[in-house]
Ligand binder design. Structure first.
Ligand code: PLP
Length: 391
């Protein structure tokens, strides 16, 4: 049975898996202790649960549990990585390299660093959204301390060649951070194989709860220098003070364990549904362009532009399908996304773009409904469009 509205915006957030909710519930009421309470069983039980979750998260990304630091999500992890590394060893002429297509959780801390005198190089992607590794190499300087490039883009789903970038940064002693919020749990991630020093992840993009995430920090000697964002009780090895969000951490751990168990078959299932969606749209419409590389891409992402449309009317017509458009619809004149602009999509086409994010609950019936809904809407809008006569 098809139930409306249909949620196809899993890059924004995901529903919490009922198995995750079940794992979390006891930690609100029965096992409510503070893991920092070292003198009684309430504290010990919470501490053990946190340790188990830390291992579950570490196992999903091939890390050691001691390398996992819990935060409030990927925004905090990104800020901690970028700002923490850049401010840990105040030096003049500090230099950071990132990309123009990063999430604002990386771009905005970089902008703030620039106001404080740090120099930041912004590398542009190719037209398929992927970076030219040679461009990253050209952006490096003797004073470069950190490179931050996301594993998977949240709008167009493209996967960046992180291991190739690590092959440039590692021998030069430059730290490599990756925002893997969209990739973890969806495609295999192994921090060792990627060669990254820091990695951000968040629970609510992988069927876990909101407000909990982690920063992986590679263990090395001497310890990687990172300044915490705030001071306090020195939790999480001094990197993130504040009483641990035990139910959230347990939820993140459970979500990670489920993703690990189900990753390969689920990626195949969702990837086939995504291909069915694209094929269905193309069978009914011409002028459908996929934004971003079709190959190096998350299995659950589809970002397409429709020729011959005024974009604003697209989302209005999709009243029972939750997707995102290629423009911020908060303003009267929507600003096209910085990612679509960076890969050279003209503003008009960016406004006529949709991002589909499939997920664990997505069914074939939902995909078929969305194909019909979107293709009939686009056909109708094209007939109404003032440009229709010219087509
Ligand atoms: C969702 C997302 C974030 C922000 O994560 P929160 O946990 O919501 O703070 C950061 N980066 C990327 C790529 C994302 O998709």
């Amino acid at each position: 049975m098809l139930s409306l509205p249909i949620y196809m915006d899993h890059h924004a957030t995901t529903p919490v898996d009922p198995r995750v909710v079940a794992a979390m519930l006891p930690f609100f009421t029965d096992t409510f202790g503070n893991p920092s309470s070292r003198q009684h069983t309430f504290g010990w039980a919470a501490r053990d649960a946190v340790a188990a979750a830390r291992r579950q998260v570490a196992d999903l990304i091939g890390a050691d549990p001691r390398e996992i630091h819990f935060t409030s999500g990927a925004t905090e992890s990104d800020n901690l990585a970028v700002r923490g590394v850049a401010t840990a060893e105040p030096r003049r002429q500090l230099h950071v390299v990132t990309m123009t297509t990063e999430h604002h959780a990386v771009l905005d801390p970089c902008r703030r660093l620039e106001r404080e005198g740090v120099e930041v190089g912004y590398v542009k992607p190719r037209r398929d959204g992927i970076c030219n590794v040679a461009d990253i190499e050209r952006a490096l300087r003797p004073g470069t301390r950190l490179v931050s490039v996301m594993t998977a883009n949240n709008e167009i789903g493209v996967l960046q060649p992180i291991a190739e970038i690590a092959a440039l940064t590692r021998p030069r002693g430059v730290l490599l951070h990756t925002d893997a919020a969209q990739a973890v749990g969806k495609v295999p991630i192994d921090v060792g194989a990627l060669g990254v020093d820091l990695l951000s992840l968040t629970a609510h993009k992988m069927c876990g709860p909101k407000g909990i995430g982690a920063l992986y920090v590679r263990r090395c000697r001497p310890r990687l220098a990172i300044a915490p964002l705030f001071d306090g009780g020195g939790h999480e090895q001094g990197l993130r003070s504040g009483t641990l969000n035990v139910p959230g951490i347990v939820g993140l751990g459970a979500a990670a364990a489920i993703c690990r168990d189900e990753l390969a078959p689920e990626a195949r299932r969702v990837g086939a549904l995504r291909n069915r969606l694209l094929d269905g749209l193309r069978a009914r419409l011409d002028g459908v362009t996929v934004n971003g590389s079709p190959e190096a891409r998350l299995p659950h992402n589809l970002n397409v532009s429709f020729d011959g449309l005024e974009g604003e009317s697209l989302l209005v017509g999709l009243d029972d399908v939750a997707v995102s458009s290629g423009a911020a619809c908060t303003s009267v004149n929507p600003e096209p996304s910085h990612v679509l602009r960076a890969i050279g999509v003209p503003d008009q086409l960016a406004r006529a773009s949709l991002r589909f994010g499939l997920g664990r609950t997505t069914t074939e019936a939902e995909v078929d409904y969305v194909i019909e809904k979107v293709s009939s809407l686009v056909t109708r809008l094209r007939e109404l469009s003032p440009a229709a006569g010219a087509r």
